[in-house]
Design a protein around this ligand. Structure first.
Ligand code: FES
Length: 206
């Protein structure tokens, strides 16, 4: 669970139910598992529910009524589902801002400048573990997000922003605050994790 202090986003009292599209998606996910093993669907269903909360309220989080709903659907006690939701940082148990900025601070990103990325966030008024007063941003520091080759990087909602500098991180926050959607991925034009500056080997056919 991301350790976020409740912010200005309104609490959610429920009730919760799937949208028609998500109801179909939940059925599809549950059908992937053998009869009697529906509990295996708990993580994708929590993720689906958190996404629906983001669409409906602007905040991707899992209030109690939502966790209860998922627990009922997969036939698990509430506390077991809560244990799952509270273990993984991908689930938020308190309201987050519209943009959840998760800065990777693990060694490869740290060596490539994650301190500068965190400083850029703080200089823009973001505070670690809290929501901004306007409810727009939440800042978290997280462990490796699996994009080390393009360090330093952040995840904002479902998108990765990679090969960052203080300046590009600042520009991304400014763009989001203006309501724009900055291009995700490498900020220096790399495709996936190809070498910086282009290929250096196997550049011509033998
Ligand atoms: S260390 Fe940052 S993505 Fe792996």
């Amino acid at each position: 669970m991301a350790d976020i202090a409740p912010g200005p986003v309104a609490p959610f009292e429920g009730p919760f139910g799937w949208t028609p599209d998500n109801a179909a998606e939940a059925d599809r996910i549950i059908a992937l598992y053998p009869e009697g093993r529906q509990a295996s669907a708990v993580m994708p269903l929590l993720w689906l529910a958190q996404g629906q909360m983001a669409d409906a309220t602007g905040s991707a989080w899992l209030p109690v009524p939502v966790i209860e709903f998922v627990a009922n659907q997969v036939g698990m006690p509430y506390i077991r589902v809560y244990e799952v939701a509270s273990f993984y940082t991908m689930y938020n148990l308190a309201p987050v801002g519209r943009y959840h900025v998760q800065v990777c601070g693990t060694t490869p990103c740290q060596l490539r400048g994650s301190d500068d990325i965190m400083r850029a966030c703080k200089d823009k008024g973001l505070k670690k573990g809290a929501n901004t007063p306007d409810g727009l941003f939440t800042l978290s520091e997280v462990e490796c997000l699996g994009a080390c080759a393009n360090a330093p990087m952040v995840q904002i909602n479902a998108d990765n922003y990679e090969d960052l500098t203080y300046e590009t991180m600042t520009a991304i926050i400014d763009a989001l605050a203006r309501g724009e959607t900055p291009a995700a991925g490498s900020q220096i034009g790399r495709t996936a994790s190809c070498p910086e500056g282009g290929p250096t080997t196997l550049v011509e056919f033998a």
